[in-house]
Design a protein around this ligand. Structure first.
Ligand code: SF4
Length: 324
């Protein structure tokens, strides 16, 4: 068995055990984190759970690591007033559970503070709406369970690869948002039950950039036709960033050229807290002319040693306007 297969099999086993130990059977209830996502995706993942690939499994492990790091950091800082993985079963007709990463309790001030940990590959400019929905359900659940406590909420985001953190703080329970989310949970649950009982219904779909990570995109009615207007905002945002990147690269090149001209004339200098000097490095180039002559003498050609390897990238072309 190769290392990739070993990792894949063992991480799948670990992920399964972790889910059973901490979350139980997710087909039997809705989790607070389910409510903010596309209903169709949530329902189909319960009915046809797919096998996770290695990248997803490693992301799960990264999430557990982030939580462990924070728990150890708080313990080292002398905090002992927190509980981890707190499960709250919400009352009502919909089986709904909230699993909270950390709950800090101040008995003196009668405050319970939720801290949700998110591990990302890039720190976002602001919290995602799915994180906020999860937090509002958690805060609502906690305030129903502890009516004599003030409830607060925050999200701590960690980018472990680049060592960056962001803290999104200052959340408090909002009755209207909580009620809206509970109604949404009811809608998702009733569609889920209908599909489990083979009723022909089309669950609600919500197109977002996360569709790229959805295992059910191939059968998704929103992607049946070529036109997906709901992603237009994302395509425009990407094009704007690419245009800015191009301008930025031009500016960077220009400034580098100016500074290089200075150190070429003057020699090394110190400025802006940095040392600047002209550096020279050498790179190895393949002399294809000599190689081709050598191969020709041996009765062969360079093409015989070249092979096609495919790679993928996002191609964006201007769409032709439809004829009126
Ligand atoms: S592709 Fe997008 S809209 Fe369709 S089910 Fe998946 S997440 Fe929902």
């Amino acid at each position: 068995m190769d290392i990739q297969t070993t990792l894949l099999t063992s991480l799948r086993k670990l992920a399964h055990l972790h889910t059973i130990e901490t979350l139980g059977d997710r087909r039997d209830y809705l989790g607070a984190s389910d409510i903010g996502y596309c209903p169709r995706k949530v329902i189909l993942e319960k009915i046809h759970p797919g096998e996770h690939d290695l990248a997803t499994l490693l992301r799960f492990q990264r999430g557990h690591m982030a939580e462990d790091i924070i728990a150890r950091a708080f313990t080292a800082a002398g905090y002992s007033n927190f509980e981890q993985q707190v499960e709250i079963v919400l009352p009502g007709d919909v089986p709904l559970k909230a699993h909270i990463d950390f709950v800090f309790t101040s008995r003196v001030h009668k405050i319970k503070s939720i801290l949700e940990i998110k591990s990302t590959s890039r720190i976002p400019d602001g919290p995602y709406s799915s994180w906020e929905s999860q937090l509002y359900i958690q805060m609502g659940a906690l305030s129903e369970q502890y009516p004599d406590y003030s409830i607060k909420g925050a999200v701590l985001t960690l980018d472990l690869a680049h060592g960056e953190v962001a803290f999104f703080n200052g959340y408090e329970p909002q009755k209207m948002i909580f009620t809206g989310l509970m109604e949404r949970a009811g809608m998702i649950w009733s569609d889920y039950q209908a599909m489990v009982h083979d009723e022909a219904i089309d669950p609600k779909t919500e197109v977002s950039p996360l569709c790229g990570f959805c295992d059910h995109i191939a059968s998704c009615p929103r992607f049946e036709t070529e036109d997906v207007p709901q992603l237009a905002g994302v395509v425009e945002a990407l094009q704007e960033l690419q245009a800015r990147d191009k301008n930025l690269q031009g500016e960077i090149k220009k400034l580098k050229k100016h500074l290089l001209a200075v150190v070429e004339q003057k020699g090394p200098i110190k400025s802006g807290g940095c040392f600047l000097r002209k550096a020279t490095r050498s790179r190895k180039y393949l002399d294809t002319d000599r190689l081709e002559s050598f191969l020709a003498e041996s009765g062969t050609v360079l093409e015989e040693y070249q092979e096609d390897r495919s790679f993928s990238f996002l191609e964006i072309r201007k769409a032709k306007a439809k004829a009126a």
